[in-house]
Design a protein around this ligand. Structure first.
Ligand code: ZN
Ligand code: ZN
Ligand code: ZN
Length: 120
């Protein structure tokens, strides 16, 4: 049996929801390669760590963690299913729009499309 996987973050509940994201579907945790730990969200990481979130490589296993059953899986699985492969917990579809924040491969892709700045 694997040891329990810890999720770091602010005001976490038992399933890994944090101060910033606390809908029923916000149970997905992200792995920071520098911390070698899972965080509830990138804002939690910014509050707790003294470095930028370190993007995980696309082929790295265990990039994501289900807060409900603490099963880790990779990005491909997440994209293909949209829910936990073990307990079927649904994940927030909005998270996929933030993929560039979390996944190095997405960031590179976006590079070609140019950078967009928000107007006031
Ligand atoms: Zn970190
Ligand atoms: Zn958070
Ligand atoms: Zn699960």
């Amino acid at each position: 049996m694997q040891e329990a996987r810890e999720i770091r973050g602010l005001d976490l509940d038992r399933e890994g929801r944090c101060r910033h994201y606390h809908l029923p579907v916000d149970v997905l945790a992200l792995y920071c390669a520098t911390c070698q730990a899972y965080y509830a969200c990138y804002q939690c990481h910014a509050a707790l760590a003294d470095h930028d979130f370190t993007l995980i490589q696309k082929d790295q296993k265990g990039a994501l963690l289900c807060g409900v059953c603490r099963t880790s899986f990779d990005q491909e699985t997440y994209r293909a299913l949209g829910h936990c492969p073990r307990c079927q917990a649904a994940f927030n579809p909005a998270c996929q729009r933030h993929a560039g924040l979390y996944f190095a491969s997405e960031k590179e892709k976006n590079h070609n499309g140019g950078v967009r700045f928000n107007e006031r």
